[in-house]
Design a protein. Structure first.
Length: 402
């Protein structure tokens, strides 16, 4: 979920066939983890190592990523550590400025008018986005009867409840929390920086062969090992042509879990829109020779970590999104791709500059402060170009911002 680009690490131990490559793991420049963080991570590491043993000594990276992020009570998103804001590991758009949520409300209001449905937000972070969206929808006269939040983390759910109660007032009464995607719904699904933390498979090419990179245990430590692709990886590779570099390894990510999740949402959506916002690329610029180390990245205390196997459960692990795969999964379930654009274009088309003028008097200190925050969302060298917005719909008329 971290808002930063980066290259996939190339350290640790990688085994392919009979060849083993030992690479230094370094944590230089990283803040020292607290003793309780180290202890919890060691418990999770031991649990993961035991599961790898039970699986025959190797698991796909997707399994490791799922355990590291979502293992009950120990995973990064299911534990109690602070994740968002200056005291956490990253800052997302709702923490930067409430103009983001107000502008999203402008974008979804026409869909709510057409469908009379609900808002379903996946992975609601601190709850700030929900509060901002609700306040603006109230101003627009398009409040849904229910604002549902799909959240797997008990600690984040508690924080969301506290934030929404404080920020949204009586509107908080419309908010409910769900444990799973409803079987059917009408309205809008919002997911801001959710796709990037769904588990990915690591695949690559070397010496003319395709391999899958997974995790094993060597000398008591978690380590890399390459094997032939699993059936899940082969399915995820459908429609993807991996570059084959002469004399050089190529490693990247594929997203069968994200495809399945989007497919589930698409089947459930009877009328309305899925609005997904994240950093990523269309396929033609994702699987290219110059991105030969992939996009996998990890974050700890706002610092980039080069080793995904270091301190499981204590750091965020993310991957850029293959938006072509997202569109294919939705279209296979009958949805239409309504729009695909960068975040800057989306926010400007939906009136974020007007929201800025409404917020403060132009030229005032409050205006200048809000404008600086807004720049982070729309400038190309910040989040404006890196982040993409995809809208997928069924049974709705043309939107004014498409």
């Amino acid at each position: 979920m971290a808002s930063s680009s980066g290259q996939k690490p190339d350290n640790g131990s990688v085994k392919r066939g009979a060849r083993v490559f030992e690479r230094e793991r370094t944590t230089r420049g990283l803040p020292a983890p607290e003793p309780e963080v180290m202890a919890a991570s060691e418990v999770l590491r031991a649990r993961i190592a035991a599961r790898i043993g039970e699986a025959g000594g190797w698991v796909p990276f997707a399994d490791y990523m799922r355990w590291a992020l979502y293992e009950p009570d120990l995973g990064y998103y299911s534990g109690g550590a602070t994740k968002f804001g200056p005291a956490g590991d990253f800052i997302t758009a709702p923490e930067i400025t409430p103009l983001f949520g107000a502008t999203l409300a402008e974008a979804i209001a026409p869909v709510l008018r057409q469908t009379g449905g609900i808002v379903l937000e996946a992975g609601a972070g601190t709850g700030l986005l929900a509060a901002d969206v609700l306040r603006r929808l109230a101003e627009l006269g398009t409040l849904p009867e229910r604002y549902a939040i799909l959240e797997v983390s008990g600690s984040l759910r508690a924080r969301q409840q506290e934030t929404i109660a404080a920020q949204a007032g009586e509107l908080a009464e419309r908010v409910v929390w769900l444990d799973a995607v409803p079987q059917s719904f009408c309205g809008v699904l919002l997911a801001n920086e959710v796709l990037d933390v769904l588990p990915v498979h690591l695949v690559g090419t070397a010496e003319g062969e395709v391999f899958e990179r997974g995790v094993t245990v060597r000398d008591g430590a978690l380590a890399w090992e390459d094997r032939p692709p699993t059936p899940a990886a082969l399915a995820g590779l459908e429609g993807i042509e991996l570059p084959r570099l002469e004399g050089q390894e190529y490693v990247t990510e594929i997203h069968p879990v994200a495809r399945a999740w989007v497919g589930t949402l698409a089947r459930a959506l009877q009328a309305g829109m899925l609005l997904l916002i994240d950093y990523g690329y269309p396929r033609e610029t994702y699987y290219v020779p110059w991105r030969w180390r992939g996009t996998l990245q990890c974050y700890f205390r706002h610092r980039v970590v080069e080793d995904p196997l270091w301190l499981p459960g204590a750091m965020d692990i993310t991957s850029f999104v293959d938006f072509t795969a997202v569109a294919e999964a939705a279209e296979a379930e009958g949805l239409e791709t309504l729009a695909f654009m960068n975040q800057a274009g989306f926010l400007l088309a939906n009136g974020i500059l007007q929201r800025l003028e409404e917020r403060a008097e132009p030229g005032s200190l409050a205006y200048l402060k809000a404008a600086r925050a807004l720049q982070r969302l729309i400038m190309p060298h910040e989040m404006g170009e890196l982040f993409k917005v995809i809208a997928l719909g069924r049974g709705i008329e043309l939107l004014p911002w498409e």
